[in-house]
Design a protein around this ligand. Structure first.
Ligand SMILES: NC(=O)c1ccc[n+]([C@@H]2O[C@H](COP(=O)([O-])OP(=O)(O)OC[C@H]3O[C@@H](n4cnc5c(N)ncnc54)[C@H](O)[C@@H]3O)[C@@H](O)[C@H]2O)c1
Length: 250
């Protein structure tokens, strides 16, 4: 089988689903992985060249099955997009250990487990891994003790994997999104927060799922064949403007 195969986790909606669609447009076949069974079956039924894999990325048994089902279906694995994530925001003093663990389980353990399990198949194709971190992993803020820390760890994990897997021709990169109007973000962004974000972002707006997906798909493709260990902020300039205060604008 010559058609390239990707796994995209958290693909039942949001940035993951947009990524799967862009990769399909580029000729890839895509295993859509999610633990939201109902939504996953719905979106998979509406698309061709996809496989629905009902799995929780924080569960090692599920992750092993995810790889086996993908290989049985597609015969190869060329890219893994570790996109599944959860956001739980709150002050440090109100963050229970259960909440901390819930965030780390998906956002950090999931990336470690999926990537480790994909290595043998990616060695065969000299494939790529793309992790989704966040602006919250590049810059600290209030309310994100668990989320921000998990995403900063994903950035380091990207570099660890890139260092170790480079000799096998496997590239490992990371995209750090700024705010995007997905279900995840809208659950924690009030109108006041949205307005404040617009003020702090040079492009003055949220990004779209598609704008994230295009960069993710590019980094998974042959066009990025000499890029590894990198973190690309797709954030309208948010990360680069630490002193871009609204009061300093004309
Ligand atoms: N939307 C934003 O503003 C924003 C900003 C920065 C980073 N991100 C990151 O982008 C990624 C995608 O976010 P989104 O906004 O599209 O979120 P979303 O909530 O719309 O979609 C996330 C998907 O992941 C799935 N999922 C969650 N935990 C899972 C698990 N353990 N196993 C399998 N599936 C799981 C959910 O069911 C859901 O379908 C996340 O890693 C998120 O942290 C998003």
């Amino acid at each position: 089988m010559t058609q390239k195969v990707a796994i995209v986790t958290g693909a039942a909606r949001g940035i993951g689903l947009a990524t799967a669609d862009v990769m399909r447009e580029m000729g890839w076949r895509v295993a859509l992985v999610d633990r939201d069974t109902e939504e996953l079956q719905k979106v998979a039924g509406e698309r061709d060249n996809v496989l629905a894999v009902d799995a929780d990325v924080s569960n090692p048994q599920d992750v092993g099955r995810m790889i086996r089902e993908t290989l049985a279906w597609g015969g190869r694995l060329d890219a893994l997009v570790n996109n599944a994530g959860v956001a739980r925001f709150g002050p440090v003093e109100d963050t229970t250990f259960d909440t901390w663990r819930e965030v780390m389980a998906t956002n950090l353990d999931g990336v470690f487990l999926c990537t480790q399990a994909a290595i043998p198949a990616l060695k065969e194709t000299r494939g790529a891994v793309l992790n989704i971190a966040s602006i919250s992993g590049l810059r600290a803020s209030t309310l994100r003790v668990a989320y921000g820390t998990s995403k900063a760890a994903v950035i380091q994990l990207t570099k660890q994997y890139a260092a170790e897997l480079g000799e096998h021709g496997i590239r490992v990169n990371c995209v750090a999104p700024g705010p995007v109007r997905t279900k995840l973000a809208m659950a924690v962004h009030t109108q006041e927060i949205i307005d404040a974000y617009h003020d702090a972002i040079p492009l003055n707006r949220y990004g779209s799922e598609r704008e994230l997906a295009e960069v993710i798909a590019f980094l998974c493709s042959e066009k990025a064949s000499y890029v590894t260990g990198q973190v690309v902020a797709v954030d309208g300039g948010f990360e680069s403007t630490g002193v871009g205060l609204p009061a300093l604008r004309r």
